[in-house]
Design a protein. Structure first.
Ligand SMILES: NC(=O)c1ccc[n+]([C@@H]2O[C@H](COP(=O)([O-])OP(=O)(O)OC[C@H]3O[C@@H](n4cnc5c(N)ncnc54)[C@H](O)[C@@H]3O)[C@@H](O)[C@H]2O)c1
Length: 701
């Protein structure tokens, strides 16, 4: 007989608590305890039913992700043998869910006879987000409970449903409004009195919905996944397993699921996605910023400049409930900016993602004004005016004079020196970079640029506020272009050189897309516009080192007035009203002329060379960034690339990619490129040291 506090008897119902803070993950120690409690209940003649619930704020957050791929994940009592015990018994077991039942937590709940839940509880199988599938029976049990359509949606997106939707779907049996344990015990009493009670989800051999069970249904769903989740194995395998639930008897379906899980858990895709999962947690730990660092309260945000970035930034804050003042210098720019905001929100309504009432409330939180003095009320100011140091100087001097003491002063500059910008104020400790990505209302990444004087309090405040608006903050130091844009310029350089050496824009783009990038380099540039890069090249031309080669292709294209999609032509041409890039012989001629002028004999270029030249350029620069201490760890760079630049998550980011290939191989190839293509390819000293020492970016020591 167990007597500890995680086992209690209510009348003839045993109540078992899952107790493993912080998320009650089903690690080995918890399984040992749970198994003992279940045996105690089954062996106790005065007990006729069991309620299992979670201690603390939630039912169960899932498996112990850290134990994946280790023997402990399957050590006895395994979750399978615990489930077998529930299924073998005659006693009804009720899972009482509050907070979260995720992953293995939900799989376990589904293997109980009944499920009840509190309002607001979230139930989901997020494994696909880690490149996995639910390997604890989820793919076999969920379709039996909710049907193929809903099961497939939940399993292939990994998105949770709340308890109300779960009730509608048949995933839970009852919503308990009051005290959960009391309600669950009362539910168990009713079940016992209505014997015979239901068997568990394993025994329901027949699929619940026949509509979803047809071969045509799965073929159509497979085609959708191939289109929307290109190159990803996990969603495909999830679908194969759900289909198996309709094809195979339960035990064979379980064996199929286990086999597919084992393939995924050892795949690069899943290792990459788990790497990114842990990278996000690591990025929250910032040197010199203790976890208990005081934060400044942020309620009112002022955004300066209602252009491309300012509008999106204002939307992000308003959507998260902040009061926003959007400050412009020109009435027509303010009108245009507010108009764009309204248009963007209207499109969200038309797609059914937000209600008109929601949007009205959000728009009402944005106050557009031409009065600079509105900054005086703000707890946080984000400057998004023209990228020109003279303009930034004027603005920051005015901010210094007008803002209240303690206000956080942020700049959204893409490349300018945040320390110089801070020096325009007498409060350098309050100045920081918050580098949003375009479109700012959509993109998740924010580079948090720490100046030499930025206080830990200001960094902690910004990390927290960026998370509150649903974005991912990654702290970086000051250097030209910070991390993302600094690296991307090396990638862009190689893409351009490849054109001169013999490739076409469409070949480069296709090779990069096949590799997994969301868009190829040149289609992307056409979308973003070529004029900004042209202006900055002209500005920087006098300071260019003479020993480095520069391609003239982009300049020539700009001189033709081709600035990308907005002018109907760039590296490609575009039919009016269309965004589809069409290869253009005029551009082939420009490229050939540039190559001839530079004395380059064009040759056939392989797709492999395109990928190596562009990716290794990223890796080499990433290593230099790391060795300069601009970021704390290699995984920060991976987060920036995956969340800001369309780098495929299944490859884990450029630094993870390098580790996967092997640093010795990467270094050797970079040395070859150095010998063939010159000084741009000077290998990073850190890369050399790690390669020669047999180390990785993930474990450099
Ligand atoms: N566009 C991008 O993709 C991108 C991405 C990240 C960062 N950034 C950076 O964000 C900043 C803004 O870029 P953008 O693309 O939104 O520029 P933009 O030209 O679209 O908008 C700038 C706006 O600022 C307004 N403005 C100028 N001076 C002002 C002042 N003193 N007070 C108030 N408003 C003023 C202008 O009227 C204009 O509407 C720049 O520093 C840029 O480098 C841009």
């Amino acid at each position: 007989m167990t007597t500890d506090s995680n086992y209690a008897i209510h009348g003839s119902t045993a109540v078992i608590y899952l107790d493993n803070p912080p998320v009650n993950s089903l690690g080995h120690a918890l399984r040992v305890q749970l198994d003992a409690h279940l045996r105690a209940a089954i062996d106790d003649p005065s007990v006729d039913s069991v309620v299992i619930t979670g201690r603390g704020k939630l039912f169960c957050g899932g498996a112990d992700v850290k134990a994946f791929n280790t023997p402990m994940s399957r050590a006895e009592p395994s979750s399978r043998s615990i489930i077998a015990r529930i299924e073998a018994g005659t006693m009804p077991v009720v899972a009482a869910i509050h907070g979260n039942a995720l992953g293995l937590g939900l799989e376990f709940a589904m293997s109980c006879h009944y499920r009840v839940a509190s309002p607001g509880a979230r139930l989901g199988l997020p494994e696909v987000k880690l490149g996995l599938l639910p390997g604890g029976g989820g793919t076999q049990r969920l379709p039996r409970l909710v049907g193929a359509q809903a099961a497939l949606r939940m399993i292939t997106t990994g998105d949770a449903v709340d308890s109300r939707e779960a009730l509608e779907l048949g995933l839970i049996d009852e919503l308990i409004e009051g005290d959960l344990v009391e309600g669950a015990v009362a539910f168990a009493r009713r079940i016992v009195s209505q014997a015979p009670h239901r068997v568990t989800s394993r025994m329901r051999a027949e699929p619940v919905d026949t509509e979803g069970s047809t071969t045509a249904f799965f073929a159509a769903q497979r085609a959708v996944l191939e289109r929307d989740r290109r190159g990803l194995a996990a969603p495909r395998e999830c679908l194969a397993c759900v289909e198996a639930a309709y094809r195979l008897p339960f035990d064979e379906g379980m064996a199929f699921e286990r086999e597919r899980f084992d393939v995924l858990v050892n795949s690069v895709e899943s290792k990459a996605m788990r790497h990114l999962f842990f990278a996000e947690r690591a990025a929250a730990r910032v040197e010199g910023v203790a976890p208990d660092t005081a934060q400044r309260p942020i309620r009112h945000v002022a955004v300066l400049g209602a252009g491309t970035m300012g509008g999106g930034i204002a939307m992000s804050f308003a959507s998260a409930g902040f009061q926003v003042s959007l400050i412009e210098s020109k009435p027509e720019a303010l009108e245009r900016g507010l108009g764009n905001i309204r248009k963007n929100y209207a499109s969200t309504v038309s797609k059914g993602r937000l209600s008109q009432a929601d949007v009205d409330a959000r728009i009402a939180r944005i106050g557009g004004t031409l009065d600079f003095q509105a900054v005086a009320q703000a707890d946080l100011v984000i400057e998004a005016v023209f990228e020109d140091m003279a303009v930034k100087k004027e603005v920051f001097e005015k901010l210094d004079a007008a803002c209240k003491p303690g206000a956080v002063l942020a700049t959204n500059t893409s490349r300018l020196d945040v320390n110089t910008i801070a020096s325009f104020t007498r409060r350098q400790q309050d100045v920081i970079g918050l580098h949003f990505f375009s479109p700012a209302n959509v993109m998740r990444l924010v580079e948090v640029v720490r100046g030499q004087a930025t206080s830990p309090e200001v960094i902690a405040t910004c990390l927290s506020v960026v998370r509150k608006i649903g974005k991912l903050p990654v702290v970086v130091g000051v250097c030209d272009g910070f991390v993302g844009n600094r690296m991307v310029s090396h990638y862009a350089r190689e893409a351009e050189f490849l054109l001169e050496e013999g490739a076409t824009p469409q070949q480069v783009d296709r090779a990069l897309q096949d590799f997994g990038l969301a868009m190829g380099r040149f289609a992307m540039t056409d979308l973003a516009g070529l004029d900004i890069g042209w202006a900055s090249r002209k500005r920087l031309a006098p300071t260019r080192p003479a020993h480095l080669r520069y391609s003239k292709v982009a300049d020539r294209i700009c001189e033709m007035g081709r600035f990308g999609q907005k002018t109907g032509a760039g590296y490609y041409r575009y039919e009016s009203g269309s965004r589809t890039p069409i290869p253009d012989p005029e551009i082939d001629a420009v490229i050939a002329a540039c190559a001839a002028e530079a004395g380059i004999e064009r040759r056939p270029i392989s797709d492999e060379e395109i990928v190596e030249r562009t990716m290794y350029a990223l890796i080499n620069e990433g290593a230099k960034i790391l060795e300069e201490g601009v970021v704390q760890r290699a995984s920060d760079i991976d987060l920036i690339y995956v969340n800001g630049y369309g780098f495929p998550a299944r490859r884990g980011g450029p630094m993870f990619l390098a580790d996967t290939i092997g640093l010795a191989k990467v270094y050797a190839r970079i040395c070859q490129f150095h010998a063939t293509h010159g000084e741009w390819w000077k290998p990073s000293a850190l890369l050399q040291r790690l390669a020669e020492g047999g180390k990785t970016f993930a474990k450099p020591e």
